[in-house]
Design a protein around this ligand. Structure first.
Ligand code: GDP
Ligand code: GDP
Length: 428
């Protein structure tokens, strides 16, 4: 992985560019002493490079490029291999731009000079002034309109050493897209693969029966399983066929996108939700055709979803409109988040500390005056996280108490949206 820093005075569009390149929401805060919260990091894939992009924008306070800011920036950029120097030529150059330029020259790193906010060709007239900064030809881009980003990244990687890591070896997140016919699955598939920060590796062929689509998003590889099943629509027995196909797709995936249309939740949705739940894999409820829900209906509609999807109430939702490209990044970002959580392992000490707290919060069940006793808790599996509690009598555990514990596990152990498992073992 190679580090690349985005630098420039306030308001030139550094964070817009950062967000554009890594796909919003993926930003994590870098962990440098004294720099935390001021520098954001995110990972992106470009060709065979995995790049850690760093937005140093948070370091600036006012307009001055002062020594303490410079020092923090230098610390954060210690192992950066290249710099993207962003200017706003439509505003014109200021003293701060020249100060940053001088500072960058002293750092002796390769610099790619970027003229941002060149939203259209007519803005090219502003470029000339930037030659004066001494970094050669400025590259016109528009973070807002996603213009010139590939040229920018081509230039950036030309300064990076060949990556020794083979990007194709990074374990992909396998996802299935399931739902009743006509909810918009193939439209979502098109929106995802056509989305600007999603890089599709293989277009599905038309001959094979089950076709997986590989793509990259925000530094992560994805495989969308069985896209043929998404596209194909046999005339007869449509729903049964979709159900069978969904079952097979769920088996082969890590994460499930369950697509529904608000206001049209029926038996089919419930069956699919159960299939997904039983698989132990994280489910994201994708509420598509959100554009058809009028503003005044939003509250009622979400409440209706809460009620009808109560048995998977913990599943996160993404509200989307496939035809407007709305919410697509939420689907992907949510999938990345859940995938990481699904694989997490909680320390035994933390579990047992929480187990004591939970017993104080809610009375344990009694049976004929004998209480359930819980001695010890440990995690025995990941993906899905499976917890075992050793107790005196497993048959003392009520459904309500188990649900209480499952909710506590998800909330207190930071596993939102995860279908956790709980197993009871008796110990004399
Ligand atoms: P930073 O302080 O350098 O991180 O700048 P921001 O990313 O916060 O952007 C500053 C302002 O410029 C915001 O209002 C953005 O919407 C705007 N902006 C950023 N990129 C572009 C662009 O490509 N074109 C236009 N017209 N405005 C942009
Ligand atoms: P599939 O059978 O689940 O693959 O559904 P399709 O993707 O074929 O979509 C069924 C119909 O719904 C088509 O006419 C789409 O144009 C329409 N559609 C899909 N997504 C949306 C959306 O987000 N909003 C609206 N208004 N229509 C949509």
């Amino acid at each position: 992985m190679h580090k690349v820093a985005i630098v420039g005075r306030p308001n030139v569009g550094k964070s817009s560019l950062f967000n554009r390149l890594i796909g919003r929401r993926e930003a994590v805060v870098a962990d440098f002493p004294g720099v935390t919260r001021d520098v954001k990091e995110g990972v992106m894939l470009y060709e065979n490079h995995r790049i850690v992009l760093m937005d140093t924008g948070g370091l600036w306070s006012g307009d001055e490029w002062e020594a303490p800011i410079r020092e923090k920036a230098e610390m954060a950029m210690e192992d950066a291999l290249a710099v993207i120097f962003v200017c706003d030529p439509r505003e014109g150059l200021s003293a701060a731009d020249y100060e940053v330029a001088d500072w960058l020259r002293r750092l002796n790193l390769p610099v790619v000079l970027v003229a941002n906010k060149i939203d259209s060709l007519k803005h090219d007239v502003y470029l000339a002034e930037l030659w004066g900064l001494g970094f050669g030809e400025p590259l016109p881009v528009s973070a807002e309109h996603a213009r010139g980003l590939d040229d920018l990244m081509d230039r950036v990687v030309s300064h990076l050493p060949e990556d020794d890591e083979d990007v194709s070896e990074i374990a992909p997140i396998r996802i299935s897209l399931i739902g009743r016919p006509n909810v918009g699955k193939s439209s979502l598939l098109n929106a995802i693969t056509g989305s600007e920060r999603v890089i599709v590796a293989d277009q599905p062929g038309t001959t094979r029966d089950s076709v997986d689509v590989d793509f990259d998003y925000a530094g992560q590889r994805f495989v969308l399983v069985d896209t043929a099943g998404i596209r194909k629509r046999p005339d007869s027995a449509i729903e049964e066929y979709a159900m069978m196909r969904s079952e097979a797709a769920i088996k082969r995936s890590d994460i499930i996108w369950l697509v529904v249309n608000a206001g049209e939740l029926g038996d089919h949705e419930l069956k699919l939700a159960n299939l997904a739940y039983d698989s132990g894999k994280p489910v994201i409820v994708v509420v598509n055709k959100w554009d058809l829900v009028p503003d005044e209906e939003i509250k009622r509609t979400t409440r209706d979803l809460d009620i009808k999807l109560n048995h998977i109430h913990f599943a996160p939702r993404a509200y989307t409109s496939a035809i407007n490209d709305y919410g697509i990044h939420d689907m992907l970002a949510e999938a990345m988040k859940l995938y990481a959580k699904w694989q997490s392992r909680i320390a035994t000490a933390d579990l047992n500390r929480m187990l004591e707290i939970w017993q104080v919060k809610q009375r344990v069940p009694n049976f004929n005056g004998k209480p359930l006793k819980m001695y010890f808790m440990t995690q025995v599996e990941t993906a899905p996280p499976n917890f075992v509690i050793f107790c005196n009598r497993a048959d003392f555990v009520t459904r309500a108490y188990e649900n209480f514990l499952l909710n506590r596990i998800r909330e207190d152990l930071d596993l939102p949206g995860i279908p956790v498992k709980l197993t009871w073992r008796e110990k004399g």
